[in-house]
Design a protein around this ligand. Structure first.
Ligand SMILES: Nc1ncnc2c1ncn2[C@@H]1O[C@H](COP(=O)(O)OP(=O)(O)O)[C@@H](O)[C@H]1O
Ligand SMILES: [Mg+2]
Length: 156
């Protein structure tokens, strides 16, 4: 596993680093998601980018573990959003089946943003205009077989 720390981006008063890692198994991606999840505060919005099978759901499964959520996380492809209660609740979105950003109003997107949980969003490409400015971006990319490259923003 490689770790590179890229140059610091200053966005408002918060410094953001980009961390790039390579995982070689689903378990490793889950473990990285868990470490990442532990760094999140209530109100955090995490935009996940990457194609089918890139590991977005696996990463979110770990992220939930990092929030101490015990319920098993499954893909919300057909329901658009699944809610997991916890000290910091998780709202797990999958925008794959969303036809337009307008449908976000129907599912109560803006209410979720106000609810002091963590919003983790799969297929963020489909709703790029919907994210608040302090959204944390995570890009996942398959490099074949069991290899995945994950580039995530981390607050420093
Ligand atoms: N390094 C890896 N990280 C994550 N998933 C992996 C990895 N290697 C193989 N896989 C497999 O890729 C698939 C990822 O699925 P999933 O997390 O549902 O992707 P997505 O939500 O991006 O469509 C799973 O079948 C998993 O077993
Ligand atoms: Mg998925």
């Amino acid at each position: 596993m490689q770790i590179y720390l890229k140059k610091c981006i200053v966005r408002g008063i918060i410094d953001i680093m980009k961390k790039s890692i390579t995982t070689n198994s689903e378990a490793e991606t889950i473990s990285e998601g868990e470490k990442f999840g532990r760094t999140l505060n209530p109100g955090a919005v995490v935009a996940l980018y990457g194609g089918l099978g890139a590991g977005k759901t696996a990463f979110t499964r770990g992220l939930a573990m990092g929030l101490d959520i015990k319920m098993p996380v499954s893909s919300p492809t057909f329901t658009i959003v699944n809610e997991y209660p916890g000290k910091i609740p998780l709202f797990h979105f999958d925008m794959y089946r969303l036809d337009s950003e307008n449908e976000l109003f129907d599912i109560g997107w803006e209410d979720y943003l106000e609810r002091d949980g963590v919003c983790a969003v799969e297929w963020s490409e489909k709703v790029s205009g919907a994210f608040p400015p302090d959204t944390i971006k995570v890009h996942l990319e398959s490099r074949g077989d069991n290899v995945r490259n994950i580039t995530m923003e981390v607050l420093v």
